[in-house]
Design a protein around this ligand. Structure first.
Ligand SMILES: NC(=O)c1ccc[n+]([C@@H]2O[C@H](COP(=O)([O-])OP(=O)(O)OC[C@H]3O[C@@H](n4cnc5c(N)ncnc54)[C@H](OP(=O)(O)O)[C@@H]3O)[C@@H](O)[C@H]2O)c1
Length: 270
C-alpha cells in the first residue's frame, strides 16, 4: 500500500497529483494544504468516495503547521511514508515577464519578492523535508521530490537570454541546491531526493494578462518555441503529472541522486 504526501493540492498541478494518485485505491494520499475546509469540500464534490485521501493543514511559511502535519501523517500511515512530493510554491505574476534590471527600478518590491520566494520555496521546503525524513526513512520507496522549474537551469537562461522571472528562478535554483544537499546526506540511506520541472502547465497563471504583461510574455514564448520545436503553449496538469509520475517511478538513487530533471526525465524543459 504505497503512501504519498503532496503539498499544494488545493488546485493546479497539486490537484492533478491528488486526483491521479487517489484514483488507485491501494494508494494512501496525504493532501497537504493551507485551506483544509475548502479542499475537503472540493474532494467531496469532485472526488467523492475516495476514503484513501486524508486532507491535512500545512503552510510552508509556518514551521509548526508542518511539524503537526508530519505527526498527523505518521498517525495515518503507521509512522512511515513512501513518497513526499513538495509541489506547493509561492507564485506571483509580478516578476514573470519583466527583466531583472526593470525589477530593480522598484528595489523594495524586488527585495520583498525575493524574500517571499525564499521563505516559501526554499526555507519552507527545507523544513518540510527535514520534518518528513524520519517517515521517509521508515518507508519502502524512499523518494522525496521537489517540484522545481526549468527557469532555474543556468544554461537554459544564458543560452536563450531569459532575463524574466528572476525572483522565482533564483528561489528554484536555491531549492535545487537544497535537494542536492539533502541527497548528499541521505543517499547512503537509500533515499532518492530529486527535483523535477513539470514543463509549462496551464494552471491559470497565463490567463487575464494585461496588455503590458502580454507584450512582456511574447519574447519569452518566442524563445521557448526556438528552444523546442514541439512547444505549443502550456499543457494540461494531468498530462504533466502522468509524465512526472513516470519519471518518479523510473528514478533510482543509484542513477538520479540529487538530480534536476524535466517531466521528460532529461534536461529538456519544454
Ligand atoms: N504551472 C507551470 O507552468 C509550472 C512550471 C514550472 C514549475 N511549476 C511548479 O509547479 C508547482 C505547482 O505549480 P502550479 O502551477 O500548480 O501552481 P498553482 O496553481 O498556483 O498552485 C500553487 C499551490 O501552492 C499552494 N501554496 C502556495 N503557497 C503556499 C504555502 N505558503 N504553503 C502551502 N501551500 C502553498 C497553493 O495553495 P492555496 O490554494 O492555498 O493558495 C496551491 O495549492 C510549483 O512548485 C511551481 O513552481 C509550475
Amino acid at each position: 500500500m504505497p503512501s504519498y504526501a503532496v503539498t499544494g493540492v488545493s488546485r493546479g498541478i497539486g490537484w492533478a497529483f491528488l486526483s491521479i494518485l487517489s484514483s488507485n485505491i491501494s494508494n494512501t494520499v496525504i493532501a497537504l494544504v493551507r485551506n483544509k475546509a475548502g479542499t475537503e469540500k472540493r474532494v467531496a464534490e469532485e472526488l467523492p468516495g475516495r476514503s484513501n485521501i486524508h486532507v491535512l493543514h500545512a503552510d510552508l511559511t509556518d514551521y509548526e503547521s508542518l511539524e503537526t502535519a508530519a505527526a498527523e501523517t505518521a498517525k495515518i500511515t503507521g509512522g512511515a511514508l513512501d513518497y513526499l512530493i513538495g509541489n506547493a510554491a509561492y507564485l506571483d505574476v509580478w516578476d514573470q515577464f519583466d527583466p531583472i534590471g526593470t525589477l530593480g527600478k522598484a528595489p523594495d518590491a524586488l527585495e520583498n519578492h525575493l524574500l517571499l520566494n525564499f521563505k516559501s520555496n526554499v526555507v519552507g521546503q527545507i523544513h518540510l523535508f527535514n520534518l518528513f525524513i524520519p517517515l521517509i526513512l521508515r518507508g519502502t520507496a524512499k523518494k522525496v521530490i521537489a517540484i522545481s522549474s526549468g527557469h532555474a537551469d543556468t544554461d537554459f537562461v544564458t543560452e536563450y537570454n531569459l532575463p524574466n522571472a528572476a525572483t522565482y528562478a533564483i528561489g528554484k535554483a536555491a531549492l535545487n541546491m537544497a535537494v542536492a544537499k539533502f541527497s548528499a546526506q541521505y543517499a547512503a540511506d537509500g533515499v532518492l531526493f530529486l527535483a523535477i520541472c513539470p514543463g509549462m502547465v496551464e494552471t491559470g497563471h497565463f490567463q487575464d494578462l494585461t496588455e503590458e504583461q502580454l507584450a512582456g510574455a511574447a519574447p519569452m514564448f518566442a524563445k521557448f518555441q526556438a528552444y523546442s520545436s514541439t512547444f505549443n503553449g502550456p499543457r494540461q496538469p494531468e498530462d504533466s503529472v502522468n509524465d512526472m509520475l513516470n519519471v518518479i517511478d523510473n528514478a533510482t538513487v543509484e542513477k538520479n541522486a540529487g538530480a534536476f530533471l524535466s517531466h521528460k526525465g532529461n534536461r529538456t524543459w519544454l
